[in-house]
Design a protein around this ligand. Structure first.
Ligand code: ADP
Ligand code: MG
Length: 393
């Protein structure tokens, strides 16, 4: 990797400010899913072993620049403490006298978790004075929050101006694995894209068309492509403003020699409801009052066949409304095909990762990215501010 990591710097006895991504789902003050805490443990444990003084900082939810009781970090601190098997001191703020006084008393190997950084409006404004206040708490800055690296905020970008700034192990792993996809993937390389956000993902398709052998498009976004091919998609989710762009992507794929696979049949219903009447029809038979909510059986066969021979597969975006059992089959089939693949398999996107976990095959996937938006921007070929701010090797 081109950026320095915590292995490249002496952290022992130093105060180390670690930006983590502990933006995890909470339900009534309980942590419901702790993957983002678990994936930060290698960095935290390493710093404990190296006898650093560890000061963790994260955002949680969208408190809009003010204190919001439901977004306090206390439940996160409790879960982290259980996972580390040691005390984690949770502070009431992330800057100020009390924070400074507590840090002054820290012993080597101690871990503290600061309060939600987004309680301060200066965070999202990347305010320089606030970034300096954060930097004043520590000797070294570590960014391990890949999931927040696409944001130029005070705790992901500004603070790195004022301290030696390096990547943590999770950040390093994400950049290595996703970076390899863009620079030297093993061929055949297949990308499979779906989900709802055509606007967000069209740039990913454009960038990946230069790298992949096969591009598969399913889910909500494929409706826009079906429309571009001249099919009537009824009441399906479709981004009319992107139909022309989809058309040019189809011809671009052709001119680049990329095999582009689109649905040949779909599961349709009059409404998106679990108990709605449903049918599996070819893509040229979608009635005006119906909508496509999953890929059909023939499409599942077509897509999974293409995945069988792949040496690298990257997947972002479910194939249907997988939250409802009748429209989850396409997504489950792709998750299973990824699990059975002998190639490297990478999954990005919050809902796609959730779908893989739901399908029970998470353990058979090479890498599940912790960064939804960040992994997309990375795959678009864009530079992430939180990465750019770190020291070069
Ligand atoms: P990710 O979080 O993996 O990046 P997205 O957020 O882009 O994925 O898309 C996930 C959402 O797309 C899911 O909520 C799913 O219900 C929806 N979706 C998938 N296929 C369709 C479809 N055919 N029509 C409407 N919504 C769809
Ligand atoms: Mg999503």
């Amino acid at each position: 990797m081109a950026k320095k990591t915590i292995r490249d710097i002496d952290v022992s006895g130093k105060r180390v400010l670690v930006r983590v991504d502990f933006n995890i789902p909470l339900d009534n003050g309980q942590v419901t899913e702790d993957n983002r805490i678990v994936t930060a443990l290698p960095t935290i444990n390493y710093l404990i072993e190296q006898k650093a003084k560890i000061i963790l900082i994260s955002h949680l939810g969208r408190p809009k620049g003010q204190v919001d009781e439901k977004y306090r970090m206390d439940p996160v601190a409790r879960r982290l403490s259980e996972l580390l098997g040691k005390e984690v001191v949770k502070l009431g703020d992330c800057v100020g006298d009390e924070v400074r006084a507590t840090i002054e008393k820290m012993q080597a190997g101690d871990v503290i978790l600061l309060e939600n950084v987004r309680f301060h409006p200066e965070e999202e404004k990347n305010d320089e004075k606030f970034a300096r206040q954060l930097a004043d708490l520590a000797d070294i800055y570590v960014n391990d929050a890949f999931g927040a690296a696409h944001r130029a905020h005070a705790s992901t970008d500004g603070v790195a101006e004022f301290l030696p700034a390096v990547a943590g192990f999770l950040m390093e792993k994400e950049l290595d694995i996703l970076g390899r996809l863009l620079t030297h993937p093993e061929h055949p390389f297949v990308a499979i894209l779906g989900g709802a956000k055509v606007t967000d993902k069209i740039a990913v398709i454009a960038n990946l068309l230069d790298k992949v052998d096969t591009m598969i498009i399913g889910g909500g976004m494929s409706n826009t492509f079906l429309k571009a091919q001249g099919y009537d998609v009824g009441k399906s989710l479709v981004d009319i403003s992107k139909v022309d762009l989809a058309k040019s992507m189809i011809s671009e794929a052709k001119s680049k020699g990329v095999r582009l696979l689109l649905p040949v049949d779909v599961v349709i219903a009059p409404v998106a409801a679990p108990d709605a009447e449903q049918k599996n029809v070819p893509v040229d038979r979608i009635p005006p009052e119906w909508m496509a909510l999953d890929i059909g059986a023939d499409t599942v066969a077509l897509f999974t066949e293409a995945l069988k021979t792949a040496s690298t597969i990257v997947w972002n975006g479910p194939m249907g409304v997988f939250e409802m059992a009748p429209f989850a089959k396409g997504t489950e089939a792709i998750a299973d095909a990824m699990a059975e693949s002998k190639g490297a398999t990478i999954v990005g996107g919050g809902d796609s990762v959730a779908a893989v976990i739901k399908a029970g095959v998470a353990g058979k996937i090479t890498h599940m990215s912790t960064g939804g938006g960040a992994s997309l921007e990375f795959l678009e070929g864009r530079k992430l501010p939180g990465v750019e701010a770190l020291m070069d090797k």
